[in-house]
Design a protein around this ligand. Structure first.
Ligand code: SF4
Length: 467
């Protein structure tokens, strides 16, 4: 079925969900709400009894060509739970942390002993969570030195440690930089004391700015912060101050990302019970996005993706860029995900199961699946849209059936979501705001063109997104 025929059989509500609408103000009204991008295209689940053997065989194999590869380490502990968070796993406990770091190193040593991991340099390592900066200095030292000892890191490897401003204390920073951390990614969310503290961040504005200054004074790494827009009481005036302080803080890069209020989250409950003001609506968020984007552009910051800016060349955002382009990703830790040579996995998120399996010498696989044969096409689409563009001719060269996407190219040019420059489509400001929706829809259209997915897909997507 071609896309036009598919579109015409959808109800108006389904057309709106997947394709948006034509409107004089596409930034505010092209879609009703943000969608969720489901990672890539569906693969085939490997039966659990076979999964360990398939993983081991993968690690004993040889790579095809010269792969770009990375490693991800997950630290599943946080000192406190932020109200808006959908990823919290465990509170901090010194005893649990000590045990976990030893097991994480054991998991790393087990995989690193296999030939596949040593077959090509690792270009980026990301230690994420949770709150990796919450690790005690001795545990951070043990983990970082094991990463250097076990992995074939390239000379220009980007080594990112993610965490909280609150942990920027001299005894920790000394260890991180002695052990090779060259990029820090920190959640600030808002500099405004009331706005940040009422959603669970710990420090006030002065402490945040002072700690960022202290971190920059080490001059050992790129410093990158996250700012969120749409938090309760974060008016346009507060947001303007947030972005101005971001520029004044001297950090090397920043993400500006939209608050999602997850149903049944602590934040949603606090708002329902009147303890917090409502979060911004999607329409209000568009104004915040447009102002932040305009201000950073005017200040000469470089756009590295639809939501990430760099002030200078020290910030490369290598891991994030490669992660969206299908680079091989070796996962380690409770709740980590990754994919290597055509199989993808998610590791167990529950600590007891993780501990049991690693102690028994197994990879703590929650599931393992054979990637879709079209996974590389999905990677290409995500990588390009992440950079605010899409080259339909490039996709048609990968598979001629994808020339059917031209219908979507024309539709969204009419809707004001992207514009063709004679070579490829560039997202407009509206398209940049709605990038997540567009990515998910393009992936669904590709699946339809290549695999003949049926109308049921839309209903499935709607249930998943509203659930
Ligand atoms: S520190 Fe990060 S992972 Fe932990 S609760 Fe806050 S937002 Fe969630």
């Amino acid at each position: 079925m071609d896309l036009e025929a598919y579109f015409s059989q959808l109800s108006p509500e389904e057309q709106m969900l997947q394709f948006g609408r034509k409107n004089p103000d596409p930034l505010a009204l092209a879609f009703d709400r943000k969608r969720v991008v489901h990672a890539g295209m569906k693969g085939k689940m490997i039966p659990p009894p076979l999964a360990q053997g398939v993983w081991q065989k993968t690690l004993q194999g040889a790579p095809q060509g010269r792969p770009t590869q990375m490693a991800y380490f997950h630290i599943p502990f946080c000192k406190t739970k932020c109200l808006y968070c959908g990823f919290f796993q465990n509170g901090t406990s010194q005893e649990a942390e000590d045990r976990y770091v030893d097991l994480l190193i054991r998991e790393l040593e087990q995989d690193a002993a296999q030939p596949r991991l040593q077959a090509a340099p690792i270009q980026a390592v990301f230690i994420g969570g949770g709150t990796p900066t919450s690790l005690a200095p001795e545990n951070a030292r043990k983990l970082l030195s094991a990463i250097h000892r076990c992995l074939p890191l390239s000379n220009d490897c980007e080594l990112t440690l993610e965490g909280r401003i609150h942990d920027l204390v001299p005894e920790k920073m000394e260890v991180w930089f002695a052990e090779g951390v060259n990029r820090m990614s920190l959640g600030v969310q808002s500099f405004d004391t009331k706005v940040r503290q009422q959603v669970g961040r710990i420090d006030d504005q002065d402490a945040v700015l002072e700690k960022l200054r202290a971190l920059s004074a080490w001059n050992q790494c790129a410093v990158v912060i996250d700012l969120m827009y749409g938090l309760p009481d974060q008016t346009l005036e507060v947001w303007k101050k947030d972005v101005e302080l971001l520029v004044q803080s001297g950090v090397d890069g920043a993400d500006l990302y939209q608050l999602d209020v997850f149903d049944k989250s602590d934040l949603a409950l606090s708002i329902q019970k009147g303890r917090l003001s409502p979060a911004a609506t999607t329409r209000q968020q568009t104004a915040l996005f447009a102002w932040g984007k305009g201000y950073l552009d005017a200040q000469g910051w470089k756009r590295l993706s639809f939501c990430h800016w760099a002030r200078n060349n020290r910030e490369r955002s290598l891991y994030n860029t490669l992660a969206r382009s299908g680079a091989q990703l070796f996962p380690f830790g409770c709740g980590a995900g990754g994919h290597v040579d055509g199989v993808s996995t998610m590791l167990h998120r529950a600590l007891p199961m993780y501990e049991r399996m690693v102690s028994a010498g197994q990879k703590p696989l929650m599931f393992l699946q054979q990637e879709s044969p079209y996974a590389r096409i999905a990677d290409r689409i995500q990588a390009q849209l992440n950079q605010c563009r899409l080259d339909l001719e490039d996709l048609a060269r990968m598979d001629s059936r994808l020339s059917g996407l031209q219908w979507l190219g024309d539709l969204w040019e009419e809707y004001g979501l992207w514009k063709h420059n004679g070579y490829l489509y560039h997202l407009t400001e509206a398209g940049q705001f709605w990038e997540v929706n567009m990515t998910q829809t393009v992936l669904e259209c590709v699946e339809l063109l290549l695999e003949g997915a049926e109308k049921g897909k839309v209903a499935e997507a709607r249930v998943a997104e509203q659930g």
